[in-house]
Write a protein that binds this ligand. Structure first.
Ligand code: GTP
Ligand code: MG
Length: 198
């Protein structure tokens, strides 16, 4: 799929304040610093469209970007930053639970997982939450340029094993690098397919 335009639309503190034009949207979630905002910039080809940072906790609100005037990419604040206060964590929990459970135009969730590390409990728990609520998702292994391919493959294998303890059929999975652009076509093709089916 070709990206002809990518335009920041709005930052919202809750799902009720998000755009209500009914256009389908694709949300990016995962641990703080896993590369959600970077992936959105890589997919759109617009550097600096979504704000990125070397420090975790950069994205704090629900950010909508209108693509080709037809659908949205949604950049979300990450989970699991150790230094987050209890009150901010509770705020995140409520904002994200409400968003995922009630946001009607949500067509698919991309759960980003760092390809350099072994399976993390928080990621597995979050994926279970989506699964148990029947919310469609794709797992995206990020930062594949930063680690040896052998390590990446071993981590993915371990992740699949951990998931299969709870899932009969595993969700779709993709590998990406925002640094090299790897995985861009595959991810955009998937969005195109889903858009066609709506
Ligand atoms: P929060 O908004 O804080 O939750 O983080 P985020 O998930 O949006 O991460 P962000 O895109 O801000 O990236 C965090 C850091 O990882 C930045 O320093 C990025 O340059 C770096 N990064 C992200 N993706 C990649 C990648 O594919 N390869 C490499 N080498 N670095 C990456
Ligand atoms: Mg971010």
């Amino acid at each position: 799929m070709q990206i002809k335009s990518a335009v920041f639309t709005v930052s919202s503190p809750s799902y009720t304040k998000c755009p209500n034009d009914g256009r389908p949207e694709y949300a990016f979630i995962g641990r703080s610093n896993v590369g959600k905002s970077s992936l959105i910039n890589m997919l759109t080809g617009v550097k600096g469209l979504a704000k990125t940072s070397g420090r975790p906790g950069k994205t704090q609100l629900i950010n909508h970007f209108l693509i080709n005037g037809e659908w949205y990419l949604v950049d979300l604040p990450g989970y699991g930053y150790a230094k987050t206060s209890k009150s901010s964590r509770e705020k995140w929990d409520k904002m994200m639970r409400d968003y995922f459970l009630h946001r009607e135009p949500l067509a698919n969730v991309y759960v980003l997982v760092d390809s350099r590390v072994e399976p993390q409990r928080l990621d597995l728990e979050f994926i279970s939450f989506l699964g148990m609520n029947g919310i469609p998702l794709t797992i995206v292994f990020t930062k594949t340029d930063k680690e040896k391919q052998r390590e990446v493959m071993a981590n993915i294998k371990a992740f699949k094993k951990a998931l299969s303890e709870q899932w009969d059929e595993l969700p779709p999975m993709l590998l990406t690098s925002s640094q090299t652009g790897y995985g861009r076509e595959a991810l955009l093709d998937q969005i195109e397919e889903i858009n066609k089916s709506i």
